[in-house]
Design a protein around this ligand. Sequence first.
Ligand code: ATP
Ligand code: MG
Length: 367
Amino acid sequence: MIIKSLDLVNFRNIKEATLAFSGTFNVIRGRNAQGKTNLLEAIHLFSLGRSFRTRRREEMVKFDEEYLFARLACTSDAGVSFRIEIGLERGGRISVSVNGKKLAALSEIIGIMPTVIFIPEDVALATGPPSERRTFVDYTASQISPSFLQNLKEYRKVLVQRNAALKRAMESGSQPEGITAWDEMIVECGAAIIEGRQEMLSEIESRASRLIDDIMTGTGAITMQYSCSVDLSGKETKEALREALLGTRDQEKRRGYTLVGPHYDDISIFLDDRELKRYGSQGRKRLASIILKLAQAWAIMERRAERPIVLLDDIFSELDDETARRVNSLLSDRYQSFITTPRTEDIIDVEAARFFVEEGVVAVEKE
Ligand SMILES: Nc1ncnc2c1ncn2[C@@H]1O[C@H](COP(=O)(O)OP(=O)(O)OP(=O)(O)O)[C@@H](O)[C@H]1O
Ligand SMILES: [Mg+2]
Protein backbone atom coordinates (compact mmCIF):
# COMPACT_ATOMS: atom_id res chain seq x y z
CA MET A 1 0.00 0.00 0.00
CA ILE A 2 1.24 3.46 -0.86
CA ILE A 3 -0.36 6.68 0.32
CA LYS A 4 -0.28 9.23 -2.46
CA SER A 5 -1.79 12.23 -0.76
CA LEU A 6 -3.50 13.54 2.33
CA ASP A 7 -5.77 16.56 2.77
CA LEU A 8 -6.68 17.80 6.22
CA VAL A 9 -9.02 20.46 7.51
CA ASN A 10 -9.20 21.30 11.23
CA PHE A 11 -7.33 18.22 12.36
CA ARG A 12 -5.90 19.06 15.83
CA ASN A 13 -3.63 22.09 15.34
CA ILE A 14 -3.54 21.65 11.55
CA LYS A 15 -5.99 24.15 10.04
CA GLU A 16 -5.39 23.03 6.50
CA ALA A 17 -2.89 20.81 4.72
CA THR A 18 -2.59 19.35 1.25
CA LEU A 19 0.29 16.91 1.08
CA ALA A 20 1.78 14.59 -1.52
CA PHE A 21 4.07 11.83 -0.26
CA SER A 22 7.06 9.83 -1.37
CA GLY A 23 6.44 6.12 -1.87
CA THR A 24 9.48 5.32 0.30
CA PHE A 25 10.64 7.61 3.13
CA ASN A 26 8.79 10.62 4.45
CA VAL A 27 10.56 12.57 7.16
CA ILE A 28 8.53 14.97 9.29
CA ARG A 29 10.66 17.44 11.20
CA GLY A 30 9.70 20.13 13.64
CA ARG A 31 10.25 21.37 17.16
CA ASN A 32 8.28 19.96 20.07
CA ALA A 33 4.52 20.53 20.13
CA GLN A 34 4.23 21.71 16.51
CA GLY A 35 2.05 18.95 15.04
CA LYS A 36 4.31 16.06 13.96
CA THR A 37 2.49 13.37 15.91
CA ASN A 38 -0.82 14.98 14.94
CA LEU A 39 0.08 14.27 11.31
CA LEU A 40 0.84 10.60 12.07
CA GLU A 41 -2.41 10.37 14.02
CA ALA A 42 -4.30 11.68 10.97
CA ILE A 43 -2.70 9.06 8.70
CA HIS A 44 -3.30 6.28 11.22
CA LEU A 45 -6.97 7.28 11.56
CA PHE A 46 -7.52 5.78 8.10
CA SER A 47 -6.41 2.31 9.17
CA LEU A 48 -8.83 1.82 12.08
CA GLY A 49 -11.26 4.71 11.93
CA ARG A 50 -10.15 5.76 15.37
CA SER A 51 -7.27 7.62 16.95
CA PHE A 52 -4.32 5.76 18.44
CA ARG A 53 -4.17 8.46 21.11
CA THR A 54 -7.69 8.89 22.38
CA ARG A 55 -11.06 7.23 22.56
CA ARG A 56 -12.68 10.65 22.51
CA ARG A 57 -12.83 11.43 18.81
CA GLU A 58 -13.77 15.04 19.37
CA GLU A 59 -10.32 15.74 20.70
CA MET A 60 -9.11 15.53 17.12
CA VAL A 61 -11.30 18.45 16.03
CA LYS A 62 -9.32 21.68 16.08
CA PHE A 63 -9.99 23.88 19.11
CA ASP A 64 -12.82 26.36 18.45
CA GLU A 65 -13.87 24.61 15.25
CA GLU A 66 -17.01 22.60 14.67
CA TYR A 67 -15.79 19.83 12.38
CA LEU A 68 -12.80 18.08 10.89
CA PHE A 69 -12.34 16.61 7.45
CA ALA A 70 -9.62 14.29 6.20
CA ARG A 71 -9.13 12.73 2.79
CA LEU A 72 -6.49 10.19 1.84
CA ALA A 73 -5.66 8.70 -1.54
CA CYS A 74 -3.82 5.41 -1.61
CA THR A 75 -3.04 2.60 -4.02
CA SER A 76 -2.79 -1.04 -3.06
CA ASP A 77 0.12 -3.21 -4.17
CA ALA A 78 -2.24 -4.83 -6.64
CA GLY A 79 -2.86 -1.41 -8.18
CA VAL A 80 -6.33 -0.68 -6.77
CA SER A 81 -6.86 2.97 -5.85
CA PHE A 82 -8.85 4.10 -2.83
CA ARG A 83 -10.04 7.54 -1.87
CA ILE A 84 -11.06 7.50 1.78
CA GLU A 85 -12.85 10.46 3.32
CA ILE A 86 -13.51 10.97 7.00
CA GLY A 87 -15.73 13.66 8.44
CA LEU A 88 -16.47 14.38 12.06
CA GLU A 89 -18.67 17.07 13.52
CA ARG A 90 -18.27 18.14 17.09
CA GLY A 91 -20.95 16.29 19.03
CA GLY A 92 -21.82 14.25 15.94
CA ARG A 93 -20.95 10.89 14.49
CA ILE A 94 -17.94 10.05 12.41
CA SER A 95 -18.69 9.37 8.76
CA VAL A 96 -16.40 7.45 6.44
CA SER A 97 -16.67 6.94 2.73
CA VAL A 98 -14.51 4.87 0.41
CA ASN A 99 -14.42 5.89 -3.26
CA GLY A 100 -17.47 8.02 -2.64
CA LYS A 101 -19.54 5.27 -1.00
CA LYS A 102 -20.47 5.77 2.63
CA LEU A 103 -19.57 2.84 4.88
CA ALA A 104 -22.50 1.35 6.80
CA ALA A 105 -20.28 0.47 9.76
CA LEU A 106 -17.08 2.17 10.83
CA SER A 107 -15.37 -1.20 11.29
CA GLU A 108 -15.54 -1.77 7.51
CA ILE A 109 -12.56 0.56 7.21
CA ILE A 110 -10.31 -1.96 8.99
CA GLY A 111 -8.11 -3.87 6.62
CA ILE A 112 -8.20 -1.46 3.68
CA MET A 113 -4.96 0.26 4.66
CA PRO A 114 -2.88 -1.94 6.98
CA THR A 115 -0.68 0.22 9.15
CA VAL A 116 2.01 -0.38 11.73
CA ILE A 117 2.81 2.38 14.14
CA PHE A 118 5.59 2.74 16.68
CA ILE A 119 5.28 5.45 19.31
CA PRO A 120 7.68 5.97 22.23
CA GLU A 121 5.06 4.53 24.64
CA ASP A 122 5.25 1.23 22.75
CA VAL A 123 8.19 0.25 24.92
CA ALA A 124 5.33 -0.93 27.13
CA LEU A 125 5.26 -3.98 24.86
CA ALA A 126 8.34 -5.09 26.77
CA THR A 127 7.74 -3.43 30.13
CA GLY A 128 3.99 -2.97 30.50
CA PRO A 129 1.06 -5.11 31.65
CA PRO A 130 -0.14 -8.23 29.75
CA SER A 131 -2.89 -6.22 28.03
CA GLU A 132 -0.21 -4.40 25.99
CA ARG A 133 1.08 -7.65 24.53
CA ARG A 134 -2.39 -9.09 23.98
CA THR A 135 -3.40 -5.95 22.10
CA PHE A 136 -0.26 -6.20 19.98
CA VAL A 137 -0.94 -9.78 18.91
CA ASP A 138 -4.68 -9.17 18.48
CA TYR A 139 -4.02 -6.13 16.33
CA THR A 140 -1.65 -8.08 14.09
CA ALA A 141 -4.00 -11.04 13.74
CA SER A 142 -6.97 -8.73 13.07
CA GLN A 143 -5.14 -7.02 10.23
CA ILE A 144 -4.50 -10.40 8.66
CA SER A 145 -7.60 -12.42 9.44
CA PRO A 146 -11.15 -11.01 9.34
CA SER A 147 -12.42 -14.11 11.16
CA PHE A 148 -10.02 -13.48 14.06
CA LEU A 149 -11.36 -9.94 14.34
CA GLN A 150 -14.92 -11.27 14.23
CA ASN A 151 -14.21 -13.74 17.04
CA LEU A 152 -12.53 -11.05 19.10
CA LYS A 153 -15.51 -8.71 18.78
CA GLU A 154 -17.94 -11.51 19.56
CA TYR A 155 -15.90 -12.62 22.57
CA ARG A 156 -15.91 -9.10 24.03
CA LYS A 157 -19.66 -8.86 23.62
CA VAL A 158 -20.31 -12.28 25.14
CA LEU A 159 -17.96 -11.56 28.03
CA VAL A 160 -19.90 -8.41 28.95
CA GLN A 161 -23.17 -10.34 28.87
CA ARG A 162 -21.81 -13.30 30.80
CA ASN A 163 -20.38 -10.96 33.43
CA ALA A 164 -23.73 -9.21 33.72
CA ALA A 165 -25.46 -12.57 34.27
CA LEU A 166 -22.89 -13.53 36.93
CA LYS A 167 -23.27 -10.16 38.67
CA ARG A 168 -27.07 -10.44 38.75
CA ALA A 169 -26.76 -13.96 40.16
CA MET A 170 -24.31 -12.79 42.82
CA GLU A 171 -26.63 -9.98 43.89
CA SER A 172 -29.79 -12.07 43.95
CA GLY A 173 -28.17 -15.28 45.20
CA SER A 174 -29.76 -17.23 42.34
CA GLN A 175 -28.32 -19.28 39.49
CA PRO A 176 -26.77 -17.24 36.67
CA GLU A 177 -29.28 -17.03 33.85
CA GLY A 178 -28.40 -18.77 30.57
CA ILE A 179 -24.90 -19.55 31.83
CA THR A 180 -24.51 -22.75 29.80
CA ALA A 181 -25.20 -20.91 26.58
CA TRP A 182 -22.79 -18.09 27.53
CA ASP A 183 -20.14 -20.68 28.40
CA GLU A 184 -20.44 -22.32 25.01
CA MET A 185 -20.04 -18.99 23.25
CA ILE A 186 -17.00 -18.14 25.39
CA VAL A 187 -15.55 -21.55 24.51
CA GLU A 188 -16.15 -21.13 20.77
CA CYS A 189 -14.75 -17.61 20.40
CA GLY A 190 -12.19 -17.96 23.19
CA ALA A 191 -10.58 -21.07 21.69
CA ALA A 192 -10.41 -19.40 18.27
CA ILE A 193 -8.70 -16.41 19.86
CA ILE A 194 -6.18 -18.51 21.79
CA GLU A 195 -5.30 -20.60 18.74
CA GLY A 196 -5.19 -17.56 16.47
CA ARG A 197 -2.86 -15.78 18.88
CA GLN A 198 -0.56 -18.79 19.18
CA GLU A 199 -0.31 -19.08 15.42
CA MET A 200 0.31 -15.34 15.06
CA LEU A 201 2.91 -15.41 17.77
CA SER A 202 4.99 -18.06 16.08
CA GLU A 203 4.86 -16.03 12.85
CA ILE A 204 5.98 -12.89 14.65
CA GLU A 205 8.67 -14.76 16.55
CA SER A 206 10.33 -16.28 13.50
CA ARG A 207 10.42 -12.91 11.75
CA ALA A 208 11.62 -11.07 14.85
CA SER A 209 14.48 -13.55 15.16
CA ARG A 210 15.62 -12.82 11.65
CA LEU A 211 15.32 -9.07 12.14
CA ILE A 212 17.26 -9.10 15.39
CA ASP A 213 19.95 -11.08 13.64
CA ASP A 214 20.23 -8.33 11.02
CA ILE A 215 20.27 -5.51 13.54
CA MET A 216 22.40 -7.02 16.29
CA THR A 217 24.46 -9.18 13.93
CA GLY A 218 24.07 -12.46 15.69
CA THR A 219 24.38 -11.26 19.28
CA GLY A 220 20.75 -11.68 20.28
CA ALA A 221 17.93 -14.17 19.94
CA ILE A 222 14.32 -13.33 20.60
CA THR A 223 11.76 -15.94 21.61
CA MET A 224 8.15 -15.67 22.70
CA GLN A 225 5.86 -17.85 24.72
CA TYR A 226 2.09 -17.75 25.03
CA SER A 227 1.18 -17.97 28.70
CA CYS A 228 -2.40 -19.14 28.75
CA SER A 229 -4.45 -18.59 31.90
CA VAL A 230 -6.03 -21.96 31.19
CA ASP A 231 -4.03 -25.17 31.49
CA LEU A 232 -3.85 -26.40 27.90
CA SER A 233 -1.54 -29.34 28.44
CA GLY A 234 -2.66 -32.48 26.68
CA LYS A 235 -6.10 -31.09 25.89
CA GLU A 236 -7.90 -29.59 23.01
CA THR A 237 -8.25 -25.81 23.50
CA LYS A 238 -12.06 -25.85 23.59
CA GLU A 239 -12.12 -28.71 26.05
CA ALA A 240 -9.57 -27.01 28.30
CA LEU A 241 -11.54 -23.78 28.30
CA ARG A 242 -14.83 -25.56 28.99
CA GLU A 243 -13.30 -27.41 31.93
CA ALA A 244 -11.72 -24.24 33.30
CA LEU A 245 -15.06 -22.41 33.18
CA LEU A 246 -16.81 -25.24 34.98
CA GLY A 247 -14.01 -25.42 37.54
CA THR A 248 -14.33 -21.76 38.47
CA ARG A 249 -18.13 -21.52 38.27
CA ASP A 250 -18.67 -21.37 42.05
CA GLN A 251 -15.96 -18.81 42.52
CA GLU A 252 -17.36 -16.77 39.64
CA LYS A 253 -20.79 -16.75 41.21
CA ARG A 254 -19.29 -15.37 44.42
CA ARG A 255 -17.21 -12.74 42.64
CA GLY A 256 -19.73 -11.84 39.94
CA TYR A 257 -17.49 -11.93 36.90
CA THR A 258 -15.63 -14.28 34.54
CA LEU A 259 -12.33 -15.54 35.95
CA VAL A 260 -10.78 -17.45 33.06
CA GLY A 261 -10.33 -16.92 29.34
CA PRO A 262 -8.03 -15.35 26.78
CA HIS A 263 -8.58 -11.91 28.32
CA TYR A 264 -6.28 -13.04 31.15
CA ASP A 265 -3.50 -14.44 28.97
CA ASP A 266 -0.01 -13.02 28.58
CA ILE A 267 2.96 -13.36 26.28
CA SER A 268 6.45 -13.72 27.65
CA ILE A 269 9.28 -12.28 25.59
CA PHE A 270 12.80 -13.61 25.99
CA LEU A 271 16.02 -12.08 24.78
CA ASP A 272 18.88 -14.56 24.82
CA ASP A 273 16.75 -16.88 26.95
CA ARG A 274 16.19 -14.31 29.67
CA GLU A 275 12.84 -12.67 30.19
CA LEU A 276 13.06 -9.20 28.70
CA LYS A 277 10.65 -7.67 31.19
CA ARG A 278 12.82 -8.70 34.13
CA TYR A 279 16.36 -8.63 32.83
CA GLY A 280 16.45 -6.44 29.73
CA SER A 281 18.25 -3.09 29.76
CA GLN A 282 16.18 -0.03 28.86
CA GLY A 283 17.81 0.19 25.42
CA ARG A 284 17.26 -3.49 24.70
CA LYS A 285 13.60 -3.26 25.73
CA ARG A 286 13.15 -0.40 23.32
CA LEU A 287 14.94 -2.14 20.49
CA ALA A 288 12.99 -5.35 21.10
CA SER A 289 9.70 -3.41 20.95
CA ILE A 290 10.72 -1.83 17.65
CA ILE A 291 11.71 -5.22 16.28
CA LEU A 292 8.38 -6.73 17.28
CA LYS A 293 6.63 -3.93 15.40
CA LEU A 294 8.79 -4.52 12.33
CA ALA A 295 8.03 -8.24 12.58
CA GLN A 296 4.36 -7.30 12.74
CA ALA A 297 4.75 -5.25 9.54
CA TRP A 298 6.52 -8.16 7.87
CA ALA A 299 3.84 -10.68 8.88
CA ILE A 300 1.11 -8.39 7.60
CA MET A 301 3.00 -7.85 4.34
CA GLU A 302 3.41 -11.56 3.64
CA ARG A 303 0.06 -12.80 4.82
CA ARG A 304 -1.95 -10.03 3.23
CA ALA A 305 0.28 -9.67 0.18
CA GLU A 306 0.05 -5.99 0.97
CA ARG A 307 2.82 -3.79 2.33
CA PRO A 308 1.61 -1.99 5.43
CA ILE A 309 2.28 1.70 5.95
CA VAL A 310 4.91 2.17 8.66
CA LEU A 311 4.61 5.14 11.03
CA LEU A 312 7.50 5.79 13.40
CA ASP A 313 7.12 8.54 15.96
CA ASP A 314 10.47 9.86 17.10
CA ILE A 315 12.28 6.53 17.43
CA PHE A 316 15.76 7.47 16.33
CA SER A 317 16.49 9.57 19.39
CA GLU A 318 16.45 6.31 21.34
CA LEU A 319 18.84 4.43 19.12
CA ASP A 320 22.57 4.71 18.63
CA ASP A 321 23.68 5.71 15.11
CA GLU A 322 24.58 2.22 13.98
CA THR A 323 21.31 0.69 15.16
CA ALA A 324 19.32 3.55 13.59
CA ARG A 325 21.14 3.01 10.32
CA ARG A 326 20.30 -0.69 10.35
CA VAL A 327 16.64 -0.08 11.21
CA ASN A 328 16.53 2.38 8.31
CA SER A 329 17.98 -0.03 5.84
CA LEU A 330 15.43 -2.66 6.90
CA LEU A 331 12.65 -0.18 6.17
CA SER A 332 14.00 1.43 3.06
CA ASP A 333 13.22 -1.09 0.39
CA ARG A 334 10.16 -2.62 2.02
CA TYR A 335 7.62 -0.07 3.15
CA GLN A 336 6.39 3.42 2.68
CA SER A 337 7.38 5.00 5.99
CA PHE A 338 6.64 8.20 7.85
CA ILE A 339 9.21 9.18 10.43
CA THR A 340 9.00 12.13 12.80
CA THR A 341 11.91 13.78 14.53
CA PRO A 342 12.36 16.94 16.58
CA ARG A 343 16.04 17.09 15.63
CA THR A 344 17.44 19.30 12.92
CA GLU A 345 20.38 17.14 11.91
CA ASP A 346 19.72 14.81 9.04
CA ILE A 347 19.01 11.51 10.67
CA ILE A 348 18.14 9.74 7.49
CA ASP A 349 20.70 9.99 4.76
CA VAL A 350 18.54 8.38 2.13
CA GLU A 351 16.28 9.87 -0.46
CA ALA A 352 13.13 11.06 1.24
CA ALA A 353 10.34 13.56 0.99
CA ARG A 354 10.90 16.02 3.84
CA PHE A 355 8.30 18.04 5.65
CA PHE A 356 8.67 20.72 8.26
CA VAL A 357 5.88 21.38 10.74
CA GLU A 358 5.53 24.63 12.64
CA GLU A 359 2.43 25.57 14.61
CA GLY A 360 0.34 23.17 12.59
CA VAL A 361 1.55 24.43 9.21
CA VAL A 362 3.14 21.64 7.19
CA ALA A 363 5.64 22.78 4.59
CA VAL A 364 7.65 20.77 2.08
CA GLU A 365 11.37 21.11 2.68
CA LYS A 366 13.51 21.54 -0.36
CA GLU A 367 16.60 19.34 -0.65
N1 ATP B 1 -7.81 19.59 19.10
C1 ATP B 1 -6.76 20.40 19.00
N2 ATP B 1 -6.86 21.60 18.42
C2 ATP B 1 -5.80 22.42 18.29
N3 ATP B 1 -4.58 22.12 18.73
C3 ATP B 1 -4.41 20.93 19.32
C4 ATP B 1 -5.47 20.00 19.47
N4 ATP B 1 -5.00 18.91 20.09
C5 ATP B 1 -3.68 19.13 20.31
N5 ATP B 1 -3.32 20.34 19.85
C6 ATP B 1 -2.00 20.96 19.87
O1 ATP B 1 -1.11 20.20 19.08
C7 ATP B 1 0.19 20.38 19.59
C8 ATP B 1 0.88 19.04 19.78
O2 ATP B 1 1.08 18.48 18.57
P1 ATP B 1 1.91 17.13 18.46
O3 ATP B 1 1.55 16.21 19.54
O4 ATP B 1 1.74 16.68 17.06
O5 ATP B 1 3.37 17.67 18.71
P2 ATP B 1 4.75 17.12 18.17
O6 ATP B 1 5.20 17.99 17.05
O7 ATP B 1 4.64 15.68 17.90
O8 ATP B 1 5.68 17.41 19.42
P3 ATP B 1 6.73 16.49 20.22
O9 ATP B 1 8.01 16.60 19.48
O10 ATP B 1 6.77 17.16 21.54
O11 ATP B 1 6.19 15.12 20.28
C9 ATP B 1 0.08 21.05 20.93
O12 ATP B 1 0.51 22.37 20.79
C10 ATP B 1 -1.41 20.97 21.25
O13 ATP B 1 -1.86 22.09 21.97
MG1 MG C 1 5.16 14.04 19.03
